[in-house]
Design a protein around this ligand. Structure first.
Ligand SMILES: Nc1nc2c(ncn2[C@@H]2O[C@H](COP(=O)(O)OP(=O)(O)OP(=O)(O)O)[C@@H](O)[C@H]2O)c(=O)[nH]1
Length: 292
């Protein structure tokens, strides 16, 4: 499946970010811990250039811990500093300012030598829609500084927010690349809820989800829906779940839309359990195929 999505405000957001990037010392890039590469907008590299960078894994509380560790190693090997956080409980959040300080130390030392005394670090938060930008900023600011929502595209305006004595943050709208060349990337984003449901068929996403979860996390499906994972097709599985949950239409047929909504709601809320939607090895395989 190829998803084309490039709303006008995305182009505007890109221009705004390029402009604001000139005013900051460091970029705080938010990636969804459940899909760190799929949730990574490749345009961010072009837009931010060589700015120092801190990567935060959001929604780490919903991700598979062992894969989160693999992903942290993956990024660390690339020389990128990563912190996993949970913006809902605040876990990991207090480390952000001190990690920014460590990353920026060489810059501040060189500025000092030139006689420039910077009192505060200025940072901008970047990430795709729904990744958790507003939740993080609210956490850091210690009050409800920006609006949050569980639908993509809620963050609207840009603003500076002071965090403690040393950090100042700019909140920016999330940006998403216009077209996903790789259908798996589109599907992973859809599964996570990063793409508005009304542009994608929920049933198709639910079937893809059931295929993925029954392969990687069969026990979680068994526990949640009291089913036994054998060799069912995703269609048969959705049917079974629909029956178990009483999603029936007149005449006793399974209401697939309802069953699909239940599965997607459970995945996206974390009720299904801690699930990561991609692993570094998925990308190694792609790299190896390309090199063959
Ligand atoms: N479990 C969990 N949920 C989170 C976390 N961070 C954000 N969320 C939830 O994810 C949803 C989106 O969060 P927002 O902070 O509104 O995301 P945003 O990136 O500002 O979204 P846009 O406004 O669409 O750009 C909300 O329902 C949050 O409660 C986290 O670390 N863990």
């Amino acid at each position: 499946m190829s998803i084309h999505w490039f709303p006008g405000h995305m182009a505007k957001a890109r221009r705004q970010i390029e402009e604001k990037c000139k005013q900051v010392d460091i970029v705080i890039e938010l990636l969804d811990a459940r899909l760190p590469l799929a949730s990574r907008n490749p345009m961010i590299d072009e837009i931010t250039g060589h700015k120092p960078r801190l990567v935060l894994f959001t929604k780490g509380d919903m991700a598979d811990e062992s894969l989160t560790n693999e992903w942290i190693s993956y990024f660390t090997q690339l020389g990128v500093s990563v912190l996993p956080i949970d913006a809902k409980t605040g876990k990991g959040v207090p480390k952000i300012a001190s990690t920014c300080e460590e990353i920026l130390e060489p810059l501040f030392v060189s500025r000092k030598k030139k006689g420039i005394v910077s009192k505060r670090m200025r940072a901008m938060v970047l990430g795709i829609p729904n990744v958790g930008k507003s939740s993080l900023i609210n956490r850091l600011a210690g009050r409800h500084a920006t609006q949050t929502g569980d639908r993509p595209g809620v963050t609207k305006a840009q603003q500076w927010i002071r965090v403690g004595k040393k950090l100042e943050l700019l909140d920016t709208p999330g940006i998403l690349w216009p077209k996903f060349e790789d259908p798996d990337t589109g599907m992973r984003l859809a599964m996570s809820g990063a793409i508005k449901d009304d542009i994608l068929p929920t049933e198709e996403i639910a079937l893809y989800t059931l295929k993925y979860v029954s392969f990687h996390y069969p026990k979680l499906l068994e526990e949640r829906y009291s089913v036994v994972i054998q060799e069912q097709t995703p269609v048969e599985l959705l049917d079974e779940i629909g029956k178990k949950r009483g999603c029936l239409m007149r005449g006793g047929e399974i209401d697939w839309d309802k069953a699909a909504d239940i599965v997607m709601g459970d995945l996206r809320s974390g009720r299904l359990g801690r699930i990561t939607l991609e692993s570094p090895s998925d990308y190694e395989e792609i790299g190896n195929e390309e090199n063959d």
